[in-house]
Ligand binder design. Structure first.
Ligand SMILES: Nc1ncnc2c1ncn2[C@@H]1O[C@H](COP(=O)(O)OP(=O)(O)O)[C@@H](O)[C@H]1O
Ligand SMILES: O=P(O)(O)OC[C@H]1O[C@](O)(COP(=O)(O)O)[C@@H](O)[C@@H]1O
Length: 309
């Protein structure tokens, strides 16, 4: 079973405007609200790919029904540890004129040490060596940056594979614990290793260094520029496809879903990479964090050109 862990879920409020006017009244063209947060988005795309997962993590009690009802409507199993407080709302400003998305991500609820410990104990009782765990997203107040590293060590103790998608110090500390796989974007990678994010050779070298440390799969995404996949045996590159963009929010999560699906199903590095790119590309063609459909993912998969490096 795949478990996605979201410690800081979010409602994504997408506001479409023509052009942001600082200090003025801005009027929206349209708005939408989606259930989001990185691990939850991964579970949404896994469902489309036809694979079950359990969405776990920590959820604020106050507006929890918005999340739980939505996941139930998609037939995605959820098993969150509930804490008091409200799940954050993250604002995504889509500017039509400039074709940009600006994220304003809130902090979220506060988690006490005791609550976190209860969640970890419960979560560890759920998983065994047959499972794959996706740890992703930012941390609510009260949880230290060491959490992903700590969880990776505990999960490795149970022979559970982990895919990590985090940033800043939680990524640095997570990588020190050597997860099975990671999916940084180039900016997250730059926070980890000194790279020139415009130079493919520099990105590949960073990927190889991480593989030499013991991480088995390193998928580095670079938005429209595409992605690089470095494993012990292969190095692949693919350019991003030119597609109509609705919202880039959740592209990385969709990519992680493709990666998790491929790893869970024993696909080759080549197939994993193609599927991950297809999921990310299909996602940018949907509004907000709406899930891409499977037919589009299949169609894009057939168009992706992967170059071995
Ligand atoms: N503007 C875009 N055009 C085409 N594909 C995109 C675009 N943005 C993202 N993608 C696809 O989604 C993948 C993940 O996007 P990226 O923005 O790098 O992730 P993250 O959301 O983690 O920052 C990219 O590698 C690419 O395949
Ligand atoms: O936990 P963070 O880092 O604040 O990110 C949460 C945000 O990331 C998202 O999961 C989208 O992530 P990506 O665009 O990186 O795939 C949104 O749904 C959510 O608002």
């Amino acid at each position: 079973m795949i478990y996605t862990v979201t410690l800081n879920p979010a409602i994504d409020k997408t506001v479409v405007i023509d052009e942001y006017q600082r200090g003025k009244v801005n009027r929206s063209i349209n708005t939408r609200k989606d259930v989001g947060g990185k691990g939850i988005n991964v579970s949404k795309v896994l469902k489309v790919l036809g694979i079950d997962s359990v969405c776990t993590g920590i959820l604020g009690n106050e507006n929890s029904n918005f999340f739980l009802n939505y996941l139930e409507s998609l037939n995605i199993k959820s098993d969150f540890y509930l804490v008091s407080g409200e799940n954050r709302t993250n604002i995504k400003i889509v500017e039509k004129k400039h074709r940009t998305v600006t994220d304003i991500n809130d902090k979220g609820f506060i988690v006490t040490h005791e609550e976190l410990k209860k969640f970890i104990d419960y979560f560890l009782s759920l998983v065994d060596e047959r499972d794959l765990v996706v740890l992703s997203g930012s941390l609510p107040e009260g949880i230290k940056d060491s959490i992903y590293g700590d969880l990776i060590n505990l999960l490795k103790g149970k022979s559970v594979k982990v895919i990590l998608d985090a940033d800043n110090n939680s990524l640095i500390e997570g990588v020190e614990a050597i997860p099975y796989a990671i999916k940084p974007n180039v900016y997250e990678l730059k926070g980890l290793v000194d790279i020139d994010e415009k130079n493919i050779g520099s990105i590949v070298k960073a990927g190889r260094d991480l593989i030499n440390k013991g991480i088995e799969k390193v998928l580095i995404s670079s938005g429209r520029e595409g992605a690089v996949y470095v494993t012990a045996k292969n190095i692949y590159f693919s350019e991003g496809l030119e597609v109509p963009i609705e919202s880039t929010v959740g592209a990385g999560d969709a990519m992680v879903a493709g990666m998790a699906y491929g790893i869970e199903n024993g696909l080759s590095d080549y197939e994993v990479f193609k599927l991950a790119i297809a999921c990310g590309t299909a996602k940018v063609m949907t509004a907000g964090t709406e899930i891409p459909d499977i037919e589009r993912i299949k169609e894009i998969t057939s168009k992706i050109i992967v170059k071995p490096l």
